[in-house]
Design a protein around this ligand. Structure first.
Ligand code: XUL
Ligand code: CO
Length: 446
């Protein structure tokens, strides 16, 4: 029986005191305006809209209630009150599209059960997903907003406590596959550009009860099956693995960019999969985001970014909105030098703090994040275009540009030949790495 989604409440606004956010320039006093993000501004040959492809995430932004392990929800948002799950989903979608269009953000990202609550059976969950995605299609057509990527939540339900695609019980693996099939169908139906796998509980808590090799083999089989199904059904986008080292598992298999790239190559998945990197996941792995981005870029796998920031004084995934201009500028330097993202965009996988309880806080957070990325991208473009940065970095390697250094790079010098050259040249001259000089560029162009 078709589900009727029309509301009897009539048009309703969830952010009544907020109109379309516009660009007012750095001098503006208006906290509900962009000071830097002007979507049509061209930086390094592309508009800001094209560089960033910003996306709103459905889970934190529309679904985040401020609940934490120590306390109840603090955010009683008007779009989360309906008792009927489909009615709630529809109101959440109305609020979501109002929010996104008021901000002028072009994309959104979702897990299957962010769109509508999971039901007791796969069949009923599917029926709900079909109904809410019909509604999403209407909202997308009205607004021009698109799906950057979809994904399946394979970590919240208790059945996934031992993992989803790496679960030691085949019945759970099969259930996860059914869920991914539905999520892929919905992503395809909504014209989603890409599809993400974050391995929330794909890992282990103790090696004592874990056959790691077998679990990783199963993950690869699962990903091949998902990829083959999506391709057979016309999916043209990329699949992204989202590395994270820990939380909720003690040890997650997609620990960081390097580990994930090795896995993808080992199992022949590297043609279809790239990486979706997240700032706070990078720092949890004791890397910087720019390190993770460079690793991915060098492998041709810099796919998409989840934007947020961690807290430097503690060790968990705080998912704060991005605000650290130095960190962002270094990340944007890597992004520009890599020639941009491979198809992806910048998804605000970030949550306002538990005590930021006004709907307007969601606007302040996204405006702040978009402005911060813009300042960072402009500074990075200036550093590359106007400063000595590129020349100085290249000069550090100048000894490999000609002569014996070049012969070494080309594989023409044996270890004996290198030893002979070393004996001839004597102790190498000291060459400064000039880190502080490089650091000056950030301050100068920010
Ligand atoms: C969790 C996380 C996820 C993924 C999508 O840390 O980042 O929200 O982005 O499953
Ligand atoms: Co994420």
């Amino acid at each position: 029986m078709p589900v009727v989604l029309r509301t009897t409440l009539g048009p309703k606004t969830y952010f009544p005191n907020i109109s379309r956010i516009s660009f007012e320039g750095p001098g503006s006093d208006n906290p509900l305006a962009f000071r830097y993000y002007d979507e049509n501004r061209v930086v390094a040959g592309k508009t800001l809209r094209e560089h960033f492809k910003f996306a709103v995430c459905w889970w934190h932004t529309l679904g985040g209630t401020g609940a934490d392990p120590f306390g109840a929800p603090t955010k009683d948002f008007a779009w989360l009150r309906a008792s009927d799950p489909l009615q709630l989903a529809r109101e959440k979608m109305d609020a979501g599209f109002e929010f996104i269009t008021k901000l002028g953000i072009p994309y959104y990202c979702f897990h299957d059960f962010d769109l509508v609550a999971e039901a007791d059976t796969l069949a009923e969950s599917r029926r709900r997903l079909d109904a809410i995605s019909d509604y999403a299609l209407e909202k997308q057509a009205e607004s021009g907003v698109r799906v950057l990527w979809g994904t399946a939540n394979l970590f919240s339900h208790p059945r996934y406590m031992n993992g989803a695609m790496t679960n030691p019980d085949f019945a759970v693996v099969a259930h996860a596959a059914a869920q991914v099939k539905n999520a892929l169908d919905i992503t395809l139906k909504l014209g989603g550009e890409h599809y993400v796998f974050w391995g929330g509980r794909e890992g282990y808590c103790s090696l004592l009860n874990t056959d790691m090799k077998r679990e990783l083999d199963h993950a690869a089989r699962f990903l091949h099956a998902a990829k083959d199904y999506a391709r057979a059904n016309g999916f043209k986008g990329h699949f992204f693995i989202e590395p994270k080292p820990m939380e909720p598992s003690k040890h997650q298999y997609d620990f960081d960019a390097a580990t994930s790239i090795k896995f993808l190559r080992e199992y022949g998945l590297d043609r279809d999969f790239k990486l979706n990197l997240e700032f706070n996941h990078a720092t949890l792995a004791l890397h910087t985001m720019q390190h993770e981005m460079q690793v991915a870029a060098d492998a041709g796998m810099l796919g998409s970014l989840d934007a947020n920031r961690g807290d430097y004084q503690n060790g968990w995934d705080t998912d704060q909105f991005p605000m650290n201009l130095y960190e962002l500028t270094e990340a944007m330097l890597v992004l520009l030098q890599a020639g941009g993202l491979q198809g992806g965009g910048i998804n605000f996988d970030a949550k306002t703090r538990r005590n930021s309880t006004d709907p307007a806080d969601l606007f302040y957070a996204h405006i702040g994040g978009m402005d911060a990325f813009t300042r960072a991208l402009i500074a990075a473009a200036d550093i590359l275009e106007k400063s000595d940065y590129t020349r100085l970095r290249r000069e550090r390697y100048a000894s490999f540009d000609s002569g014996n250094g070049r012969a070494f790079e080309q594989g023409q010098l044996s270890l004996e030949a290198l030893a002979t050259l070393a004996a001839q040249q004597g102790e190498p001259e000291q060459r400064s790495g000039k880190q502080e000089l490089f650091e000056q560029f950030l301050n100068r162009y920010l």
